[in-house]
Structure formats: structure tokens, C-alpha cells
Design a binder for this molecule. Structure first.
Ligand SMILES: [Cu+2]
Length: 161
């Protein structure tokens, strides 16, 4: 059974105090919750995620919702179609909250972990990832101000029946 997930719950998690040291002090404690990096030979499906920003200040991922089957390997093609740098960072809501707390204190942090990418305007990048277990996850742009402007998506991994 897939756990219920709401954006409201995620935003609440993002607003909660977080222990910020876990992510950047070496190994990500529970990156395995969302799966593991994989390679081209394992890809089941390719999706494209566009990162956008509008003159009115709104920002978004398109799509803003990704559904995956447990065990599926995705090639996630990221395209920055906006006018400023953007990031794609995925994880549990708690991991994203932790990471956001770090980002508030540090500017110009690059994320070169396998579950994250930072792209300049007009650039594209690729993540290949196996979503090993069912669960409710999220992806966000953690550049200060961006998730609040709309760069927050829901990633649901459903159990295979
Ligand atoms: Cu952004």
C-alpha cells in the first residue's frame, strides 16, 4: 500500500527544524530509501523533466508529479528551460528538509551526488536511478527561494502487484 502523500505534508516537513549536518558530512544516511544509482543498461523508461521560471517569479518542474513502479529504473533527463540556475534534488521529505536547511546557510553549493543535479540555464543533464522500494518521495530545487516559488514535485513509487 502506498502511503498517503500531500504537498501540504511535505511543506510542513520542509518548515520543520532539521538536523542539517547529515547530508553534507559525508555519506547520506538514508539515500537508500529512494533507491540507488544505476546505469544505462538497466533503464526501463526515460522521462524528461523541465525546470522553468517565469517573469512573474513563479517557478516549476514540468511534470510536477512522477509515478514509478517499484524496481523500475528511470533515465531522468533534466532540462533547464529557465533563465537562472536550477537544481533537481530527490529524496524523502525529511532528506529534502535537511538539505534545504543546509542550503539556507550556504550559497553556490553544487550538488554532484547521484540523486541531484544543478544546471545552468539552457543546459541538460541525466540521472539514472533505480527506485527500489515503494514510498512517497519528493524532488525540489533547493536554491534559496525556489521551492517556495513552486519548484517542488511529488515522486510516488508504487508497489508492483
Ligand atoms: Cu530553481
Amino acid at each position: 500500500m502506498t502511503r498517503t502523500f500531500t504537498l501540504a505534508a511535505l511543506i510542513a516537513a520542509l518548515a520543520a527544524p532539521a538536523s542539517a549536518t547529515r547530508f553534507h558530512n559525508g555519506k547520506h544516511a538514508d539515500a537508500e530509501a529512494i533507491g540507488y544509482p544505476s546505469d544505462a543498461g538497466a533503464v526501463d523508461r526515460t522521462i524528461t523533466v523541465s525546470m522553468r521560471d517565469a517573469p512573474d517569479g513563479t517557478m516549476a518542474f514540468d511534470p510536477g508529479d512522477i509515478a514509478v513502479q517499484e524496481g523500475e529504473t528511470l533515465r531522468i533527463v533534466l532540462r533547464n528551460d529557465g533563465s537562472m540556475p536550477h537544481e533537481f534534488v530527490m529524496g524523502t521529505p525529511g532528506e529534502i528538509a535537511d538539505h534545504l536547511a543546509v542550503m539556507r546557510g550556504v550559497s553556490d553549493m553544487d550538488h554532484d551526488a547521484a540523486f541531484a543535479a544543478r544546471l545552468d540555464p539552457g543546459k541538460a543533464g541525466t540521472l539514472i536511478w533505480t527506485f527500489a522500494d515503494e514510498g512517497s518521495f519528493a524532488y525540489a530545487c533547493l536554491i534559496p527561494g525556489h521551492y517556495g516559488a513552486g519548484m517542488l514535485g511529488r515522486l510516488t513509487v508504487d508497489r508492483n502487484d
